[in-house]
Design a protein around this ligand. Structure first.
Ligand code: CTP
Length: 210
């Protein structure tokens, strides 16, 4: 199986980047659970402080969305299961300064261009036997937004975290999720991320192996 995790960092100049608060905890917890279930895992990880020693997990470290996309493309064809748990930056600076940008003036504008949507791009090449899982982190209109992502990215399942739930989302050791699939919605209690990962893996296993 192939899993993306963590944030991406999009460089502005040699010392600065655009990033987000993702720690990669949920993605790494999932990788470990999948490995414990006997899966051979390729974990494409953005910059995090995490590591895993599991012998069934191969970690490919990347920094930017573009690098993550390339790493995923190289490995997706061989994987039965794709899980997109990374918080990929949607935009990157249009140009990267080769020298540190010096302070000048009261305002600074950085022009951004769209990054590839890795999950959506992969959705276009998905085969019938492949199972694709995405994540959605929403602050409002959660259910409708997540269902829209499920459809647009051709996912079989989407795991929704709402930032409105205390203890859910970035940096917490706990998470409260709702899993949506075509025609069904499953809600779960607030739990440790390791237990949340177990719930997600169990449902995926049930769908694939019955
Ligand atoms: N995703 C991805 N590549 C991107 C953006 C998102 O693979 N460039 C994946 C994420 O890993 C996640 C899902 O798409 O599984 C939804 O990500 P999210 O950031 O919630 O949605 P976006 O499509 O970026 O929409 P928005 O930021 O407008 O809510």
């Amino acid at each position: 199986m192939l899993l993306t995790a963590g944030p991406t960092h999009e460089p502005i100049d040699p010392v600065r980047f655009i990033g987000n608060h993702s720690t990669g905890k949920m993605g790494y917890a999932l990788a470990e659970r999948f490995a414990e279930h006997g899966a051979k895992v390729v974990l494409v990880s953005g910059p995090t402080n995490l590591h895993t020693d599991h012998t069934s997990i191969e970690v490919k470290h990347v920094t930017t969305a573009e690098e993550m996309h390339k790493a995923v493309l190289k490995r997706a064809g061989a994987a039965d299961i794709w899980v997109f748990a990374a918080a990929v930056a949607d935009y990157r600076p249009k140009t990267v300064a080769d020298k540190k940008i010096k302070k000048a003036g009261d305002e600074l504008t950085i022009e951004l261009v769209k990054n590839v949507d890795i999950a959506a791009a992969l959705g276009k090449q998905k085969e019938e036997w492949q199972f694709s899982v995405g994540f959605a982190l929403e602050t409002d209109n959660e259910g409708a937004n997540a269902r829209e992502k499920l459809r647009k990215k051709k996912l079989d399942m989407i795991v929704l975290n709402s930032l409105n739930d205390p203890g859910a989302g970035f940096a917490h050791d706990t998470n409260k999720i709702t899993i949506m699939e075509e025609g069904a919605t499953h809600t779960f209690e607030l739990k440790k991320k390791s237990e949340v990962a177990e719930d997600i893996v169990n449902l995926i296993w049930e769908r694939i192996y019955g």
